[in-house]
Design a protein around this ligand. Structure first.
Ligand code: PGA
Length: 249
């Protein structure tokens, strides 16, 4: 099975009703590349309105609780995300791991809950600058991946991994193409060891300061099957060229 590119935007804590026009522009521009899966992970407050306005476009959440319902003030369960019209969610973003103390085990439980309720998952992993400088990035991210991956037997395209070096997020810094290739190759091997052939069909996205000017060379790397884009996903003029940069499949 050939892996389709997935280019997903992560709007983080950005976006008001006045920005729904950008979501619509992205959805419409994405139609120029029917061979690429495109999604936007929006703040929870915009999910339902965006999904209702654009039923054919993939809208996602940025986090999900591991339980479907309960006494968890401020959290959102997977069934609620689906009910609002989301078809996917990010889990384990480094900003959640840092700001909300999320552990690998917690991320694993969130991923499992989301997949079980029918949401596709983008599971984020990535090393700090300290770990990168120590030369331990690959073993550290492999460890993080194995500790965060849920059990999963469904369609492998439903579970994507996003490699996002923490020091590359929002900084304009990007690892060398060789370092991205080495990390993605290592993560591919871990997925195959864990899931067999299905691990070869799961997508591994790169995230961290992806923009129009570097997307083409990053997406051309073996085992880079897409991108998770923060800042450059907020405007269609910045995001659509990244979608267009995906090699033709
Ligand atoms: P960035 O964020 O593209 O703004 O670096 C990426 C992310 O955090 O997913």
């Amino acid at each position: 099975m050939a892996r389709r590119y997935l280019v997903a935007g992560n709007w983080k804590m950005h976006g008001l009703a006045s920005d729904l026009g950008e979501v619509a522009a992205i959805a419409s521009g994405a139609e120029r590349r029917p061979d690429v899966d495109v999604a936007l992970c929006l703040p929870a407050t915009l999910i339902e309105r965006a999904a209702r306005a654009l039923p054919a476009f993939a809208i996602g959440g940025q986090d999900v609780h591991a339980e479907d319902k309960g006494a968890h003030t401020g959290d959102i369960g997977a069934a609620m995300l689906s009910d609002a019209g989301a078809s996917l969610t990010i889990v384990g973003h480094s900003e959640r791991r840092a700001d909300h103390g999320e552990s690998d085990e917690g991320v694993q439980a969130k991923a499992a809950a989301a997949l079980a309720s029918g949401l596709d998952v983008i599971l984020c992993v990535g090393e700090s600058l300290e770990v990168r400088k120590s030369g331990q990035a690959i073993p550290e991210v492999e460890r993080q991946l194995l500790a965060s991956l849920p059990e999963f037997e469904g369609n492998p395209s439903r579970l994507s991994v996003a490699y996002e070096p923490i020091w590359a997020i929002g900084t304009g810094l990007v690892p060398s193409l060789e370092d991205i290739a080495a990390m993605h190759g290592a993560l591919r091997q871990q997925l195959v060891d864990r899931f067999g052939a299905a691990g070869g069909d799961m997508r591994i996205l790169y995230g961290g300061s992806v923009k129009a000017s570097n997307a083409g060379e990053i997406l051309a790397i073996d085992d880079v099957d897409g991108a998770l884009v923060g800042g450059a996903s907020l405007k269609s003029a910045d995001f659509l060229p990244i979608v267009e940069a995906a090699p033709q499949s």
